[in-house]
Ligand binder design. Structure first.
Ligand SMILES: *[C@@H]1O[C@H](CO)[C@@H](O)[C@H](O)[C@H]1NC(C)=O
Ligand SMILES: *[C@@H]1O[C@H](CO)[C@@H](O)[C@H](O)[C@H]1NC(C)=O
Ligand SMILES: *[C@@H]1O[C@H](CO)[C@@H](O)[C@H](O)[C@H]1NC(C)=O
Ligand SMILES: *[C@@H]1O[C@H](CO)[C@@H](O)[C@H](O)[C@H]1NC(C)=O
Length: 353
């Protein structure tokens, strides 16, 4: 009986607007990883200090137990789940990748279907083919009630995993058209590099792979590619979200702008400077980068209304992220803090539409 009522609520929510656990003050977070027991061994990342790899893996596959208890304890109203990296972007065969995306989206929709008050989802997508990606996004949003998509950086491809597909090329316009038609955000999350790049770039420095250096270095290049190749000029309504305080990009806008503007006469397709896209198309989250002075600097660069809170659970702890964000009463007004924790996210994710 209870099951029946919840299902009815879920179906009704797509027609009449989403019903979610809106306490008026709790956080909304959405760089939050989940995976299946089958894939959990492919997720390369170090656990938080004090946690074991076994605990990290248990937290990745869990939704309704420890994760939800932590959300209750630390004041998170709503969490958007997505498939932990590299997920589909780590599958070089196009047919396998496309089937995997459909399967994962169905599994996740089913797992959260009895608690859509607390959980939403971003679609996993095979990015080998823009048309296939667009159709699966459409299905995930319109049939499964997903809130957008999360891609784990470039799509690897080729028989030796040696072809990297970046979504800043004209072939992807068909995908970006669907994204803007649906008016949903796409989250750009980092991935562990393919072996070829990893051994060329990081064999000299153990520990530089992953979040310490590799993630931001690789993903920021992809984001700047979207800028320089004119994707935002062609799709002015496109909303892209970048985690970890923007993978360092808003920390370096002076030099990026200055150097890119020198290349405009050489024919790069970009019609504006890179920093201006942070005012119209790009958003960042605080996920895994709980640095107060940096947040204040980014506020001065792109404005607080481009910045949203997130955790990066389970790679960062819910307690850590929530204790940090609640400490920002020292530097933000209560109105600003509510915007960071939830107000902007409610608009971007269209939770109240
Ligand atoms: C709503 O979220 C709060 C945390 O912000 C939690 O304490 C409360 O139990 C939640 N209510 C429901 C019905 O899930
Ligand atoms: C949803 O289903 C899961 C798995 O059966 C269960 O652990 C959880 O308590 C359920 N949640 C609700 C709100 O019924
Ligand atoms: C992409 O997928 C579509 C639809 O399945 C197909 O018609 C098209 O040929 C594919 N494009 C490429 C480059 O494989
Ligand atoms: C970037 O463009 C914006 C408006 O589009 C302008 O206000 C700003 O001065 C430009 N910055 C640089 C460094 O050119």
């Amino acid at each position: 009986m209870k099951h029946f009522v919840l299902l009815a609520l879920t179906v009704a929510s797509f027609v009449h607007g989403r019903v979610w656990n809106d306490t008026g003050v709790g956080a909304i977070v959405f760089e939050e990883a989940w995976t299946t027991a089958e894939l959990v061994g492919t997720v390369g990342a170090a656990p938080a200090i004090g946690e074991t790899i076994a605990e990290l893996r248990a937290n990745l596959v869990d939704i309704h137990n420890h994760r939800l208890a932590q959300m209750d304890e630390f004041g998170i109203d709503f969490m958007v789940l997505s498939c932990a990296q590299p997920c589909v972007q780590g599958v070089s065969d196009p047919e396998t990748a496309a089937a995997m995306a459909v399967n994962l989206n169905n599994i996740l929709a089913d797992l959260i279907s009895n608690n859509t008050l607390r959980f939403g989802a971003f679609a996993a997508l095979s990015m080998h083919n823009a048309s296939v990606a667009a159709q699966e996004l459409n299905r995930a949003v319109n049939e499964l009630g997903f809130l957008g998509a999360l891609v784990n950086d470039y799509q690897q491809s080729g028989p030796n995993d040696d072809t990297l597909l970046y979504y800043d090329q004209p072939e992807y316009d068909e995908f970006w058209q669907m994204v803007t038609d649906l008016d949903v955000p796409v989250y750009f999350h980092p991935r562990t590099n393919v072996q070829l790049l990893s051994s060329l770039i990081y064999s000299h420095g153990f520990g530089l792979k992953g979040p310490a250096q590799e993630f931001a270095a690789t993903l920021s290049t992809h984001i700047l590619g979207l800028c320089t190749n004119g994707v935002f000029d062609r799709f002015p309504a496109l909303k892209i979200i970048v985690g970890h305080l923007g993978e360092r990009l808003p920390s370096d806008l002076f030099r990026t702008d200055e150097q890119l503007l020198r290349q405009v006469p050489l024919g790069i397709p970009m019609q504006r400077n890179a920093s201006s896209y942070w005012l119209t198309n790009l958003y960042e989250t605080t996920a895994g980068n709980f640095a107060t002075p940096l947040l204040q600097f980014h506020k001065s660069q792109i404005g607080l209304d481009r910045i949203m809170h997130s955790i990066d659970y389970p790679f960062a702890l819910i307690s850590e992220g929530q204790e940090w964000v609640n400490s920002l009463t020292d530097v933000l007004t209560s109105e600003e803090l509510l915007g960071l924790k939830r107000g902007t996210a409610i608009k971007i994710l269209k939770l109240d539409d």
